[in-house]
Design a protein around this ligand. Structure first.
Ligand code: SF4
Length: 428
């Protein structure tokens, strides 16, 4: 199969899952908690520190999610709530103040400190927002102290980023100046590529949120238009809209097609002519389409089953189905934000089984019945499923890897071809 995939805007309006019914499930779930977001956020905001107020379990989760990494100076840590705190025998607030003071005295490079709540801090009702206010007053103006919750109670792991970014919105200055804001943590290399494309299209000023440094936090106001780079930022988007900013409706920048439409939304809003857009975008898009051809040869006709995990499931399913010819056995997502996913749902083949939430045993039964070629799921399900003979892809890898934009389209496809090719070799 050596064909370049044609992008057909007409297909966006006449097919799809725009009004498709969704199987809603509420039962046992197999997902990581929001603390996981610290792993990519601490790399993004280079002068921030994330202090989890939690238990040894939280510390273990962070350590295992981060892998074995030795930093000259780490930028996350856990302040352990021990049994005495749980029993109310010690003043947890005084202890927290002591820990933060010690940390900030030792680390003058920290400009932004997040106190990150956890299940234990919520259970003992430790008020981290008051603690953040108190500590902000003490350490202003050198350090801003904010708080958000990464607790695993009723959340999934990408919501940690949403909560973190939402905590930053009130810190943004007001601005009346027109600007574009790209919302959602992207790898620096991806951000730089998008910046070059926006510059070539004469769209600007462009601000990326979160910023690389605390002092670069962009301003916001009624003339700010924003593009979501990630589909899991419902609270952040709501808070930006409350500040007057306007969300540009678009699919997410995954694959040649998604990236084109995402950039097109900005180009339309900033009055870029169709000719100029084509001049700048066409060479990039065509190169991305060509790079996908060899992956299409492997993936075309194969079927993928998504367990709910990262909230990236719907855009990924759209990319795999439209640009790589895969069949969709089930597209499960922890939360389906119909408004933010509207363009994506319209691009899914009609009749796709969409599910929201999880009842893991029932979903495993559906997966076994469906016998997909590849399963996208969390770490907890991947090993047992591999043991049953399924090929799996860890959902969390899709969040850690740079996958957005034209230059990453083939890398994204490769995340799916690699496990299938490995399985074929093992069986040979
Ligand atoms: S925040 Fe809750 S779910 Fe996450 S590691 Fe800590 S105890 Fe576990």
């Amino acid at each position: 199969m050596n064909r370049v995939i044609e992008i057909s805007p007409a297909a966006a309006v006449d097919v799809g899952c725009t009004d498709a019914p969704v199987l809603k499930e509420r039962g046992q779930r197999e997902v990581f908690c929001g603390l996981t977001g610290i792993i990519w956020l601490h790399r993004k905001i280079q002068d921030a520190f994330f202090l989890v107020v939690g238990s040894r379990t939280c510390a273990h989760l962070l350590q295992s999610a981060a892998g074995v990494m030795i930093f000259a100076e780490p930028r996350f840590a856990t302040a352990i709530i021990d049994e005495r705190d749980l029993a109310g025998l010690a003043d947890a607030n005084a202890e927290l103040d002591r820990v933060v003071t010690r940390l900030l005295e030792r680390r003058p490079d920290i400009k932004l400190l997040f106190l990150v709540g956890s299940c234990p801090s919520e259970v003992i009702k430790l008020d981290l927002s008051r603690a953040a206010q108190r500590l902000s007053t003490t350490f202003a103006p050198a350090v801003r102290v904010l708080n958000y919750s990464g607790s695993g109670i009723e959340t999934t792991f990408t919501q940690g980023e949403d909560a973190c970014l939402a905590s930053l919105v009130p810190e943004m200055a007001n601005s009346q100046a027109p600007a574009l804001m790209v919302v959602g943590a992207l790898a620096d290399v991806v951000e730089d590529q998008f910046k070059r494309l926006f510059d070539a299209l004469d769209i600007g000023p462009v601000h990326f949120f979160p910023p690389r440094h605390a002092a670069e936090l962009s301003a916001v106001g009624p003339n700010t238009r924003f593009l979501l780079a990630q589909p899991f930022l419902a609270d952040t988007a709501r808070m930006l809209e409350a500040r007057g900013a306007e969300r540009l409706a678009a699919p997410f920048p995954l694959g040649a097609e998604g990236t084109t439409a995402w950039l097109q939304a900005a180009a339309t809003a900033f009055g870029v002519s169709a000719t100029r857009f084509e001049e700048v975008i066409a060479p990039k898009r065509e190169r991305a389409q060509l790079s996908l051809q060899r992956h299409r040869q492997v993936l075309q006709g194969k079927r993928v089953f998504f367990f709910p995990d990262s909230q990236l499931e719907v855009p990924l399913a759209r990319f795999l189905s439209r640009e790589l010819g895969m069949g969709l056995a089930e597209v499960g997502s922890p939360y389906l934000h119909r408004q933010h996913l509207a363009a994506e749902l319209a691009w899914l083949p009609s009749g796709t089984l969409l599910s929201e939430g999880q009842d893991v045993e029932r979903q495993l039964d559906r997966c076994r019945t469906s016998q997909p070629d590849i399963v996208v799921c969390g770490l907890g399900l991947a090993n047992p499923l591999e043991n049953e003979g399924f090929t799996t892809k860890w959902a969390i890898e899709l969040v850690f890897t740079p996958i957005q934009g034209f230059d990453q389209a083939a890398d994204l496809a490769e995340l799916f071809t690699r496990p299938l090719t490995r399985r074929t070799k093992l069986l040979a």
